[in-house]
Design a protein around this ligand. Structure first.
Ligand code: ZN
Length: 437
């Protein structure tokens, strides 16, 4: 190989300088590029309890990432190595979880336990027990577990350490990439953008494994804050969303005493310009169906602006926070497919409205649940029709059949469901969910 002098090793790589805050195109100064690239992963710190081995590997990765400015190949190395740390983190977390003892279940026999002091011990037992068709005991479940990445992923989900439906699809993709890195079959080059995203995803995954969700995270987001909002609409189809303070603040010059508007008070994700979590479907709100993207809670209405203000002044409701991942929806199919419904609302339906086929689906968003049920009508799309994770999308099927059957499947996952009966109110204009009775 060619021996390069120190000065050359210290010189910025032209390829790395071509990446700037606006994508490819302009060329950055080396100092700016060094700072810009490090900032991409500067804020993804690990939670306090993370195992030392995983932490050391992750910090090393962040250190090396900075050198990508001098050598573009570093980004590929960082992206690849991040995928190996993914498995290391699962192993380290497994060792903490099992606290030195793992148990296997063989049918028709008592569980067998082993003492383990390292992950090599775990693998040795898992390997042998898999050949005897024994399953690893995880809480009240028993799962196939061969000690490899696939088994570790199943264990982490069964133990309840990882959550979210869309994140599960990303875990699946990371596992495929990890296998590609461990057994490369071709040439690939990572960009600073791709490498930074892999490092950020890895930080989110490690933190979630150790019980900490990521504020504003992409994979395992912390619960979102909801505020009190007023939705209103008039007969010509105009809709508005305002914070409750716009009506009640002492110094508010609320001159919108417009009688043709109807008002609702809800708890909703506030609109913040540029936020990843704005609810672009807020104007689809419907008390009967989950037509907004994030959970929106009906509190009062409809009524005039003065009535809404009086109610707010008297009740003074407050914001809260919600976890929107892993929600359970019921989708009714009767002549056509209807929008997803909350199980609590479905529980309050009169018998006459329980007709048709019902599907209980776990998903992060109502549109995910709806798209899955629609897709599962056509076998060629590959959507699962039986209970379990759908291989074609990020939904999990819990059950389907009559209203009672689907409802029971939902209740098995959620526990007892309290029926709610809300006044039937919706905003009138709808682009996304026009097909509602
Ligand atoms: Zn599906």
């Amino acid at each position: 190989m060619e021996i390069r002098p120190l000065a050359a090793l210290r010189t910025a790589d032209d390829l790395s300088l071509a990446f700037n805050p606006y994508g490819l195109g302009g060329r950055m100064e080396p100092e700016d590029a060094a700072e810009f690239q490090q900032r991409q992963i500067a804020d993804c710190d690990l939670a306090a309890g993370v195992a030392p081995g995983t932490r050391d590997s992750f910090e090393r990765l962040r250190t090396v990432f900075a050198y990508g400015v001098l050598c573009y190949d570093v980004y590929t190395v960082v992206g690849d190595h991040a995928l190996l740390i993914y498995e290391q983190a699962l192993r380290d977390r497994f060792m903490e979880w099992c606290a030195g003892t793992i148990a296997f279940r063989v049918s028709q026999a008592a569980d067998v336990s082993y003492t383990v002091t390292s992950y090599d011990d775990v693998k040795k037992h898992a390997d042998r027990m898999t050949r005897r068709r024994a399953k690893l005991v995880v809480g009240t479940d028993a799962i196939e577990f061969n000690g490899m990445l696939h088994g570790l992923r199943r264990w982490a989900r069964t133990a309840g350490l990882l959550r979210g439906r869309r994140s599960r699809a990303v875990e699946e993709a990371l596992a495929k990439l990890r296998n590609h890195v461990a057994h490369p079959s071709g040439h690939h080059v990572d960009t600073p953008v791709g490498a930074a995203r892999t490092v950020r995803d890895l930080a989110e995954l490690i933190n979630q494994l150790w019980g900490q969700a990521t504020p504003d995270g992409r994979l395992y987001p912390a619960p979102l804050h909801r505020e009190i909002a007023v939705l209103s609409w008039n007969t010509s189809g105009r809709t508005r969303m305002e914070p409750a303070g716009a009506l009640t603040a002492p110094d508010s010059l609320d001159d919108q005493e417009d009688d043709e508007y109807q008002h609702l008070v809800v708890r909703a994700i506030p609109f913040i310009p540029g936020s990843r979590w704005n609810d672009e479907h807020w104007a689809e709100f419907d008390t009967r169906y989950e037509t907004t993207r994030f959970p929106t809670e009906y509190l009062w209405g409809p009524g005039t602006r003065a009535e809404a203000r009086a109610w707010l002044d008297h009740e003074r409701p407050e914001g809260d926070s919600v976890d929107f991942t892993d929600r359970i929806f019921l989708v009714q199919e009767h002549e056509r497919l209807l929008p997803p419904m909350r199980p609590a609302v479905a529980a309050g339906l009169p018998d006459a409205e329980r007709i048709g086929v019902w599907h209980a689906v776990r998903a992060d968003f109502p549109d995910d649940a709806f798209a899955h049920v629609r897709g599962s009508g056509d076998r060629s799309t590959g959507h699962a029709r039986r209970p379990g994770d759908c291989p074609a999308c990020s939904a999990e099927i819990l059950g389907s059949g009559t209203h009672d059957e689907a409802f029971r499947a939902a209740a098995t996952a959620l526990g007892p469901i309290q029926a709610v009966r809300l006044p039937s109110v919706r905003l009138p204009s709808s682009l996304l969910w026009p097909d509602r009775p």
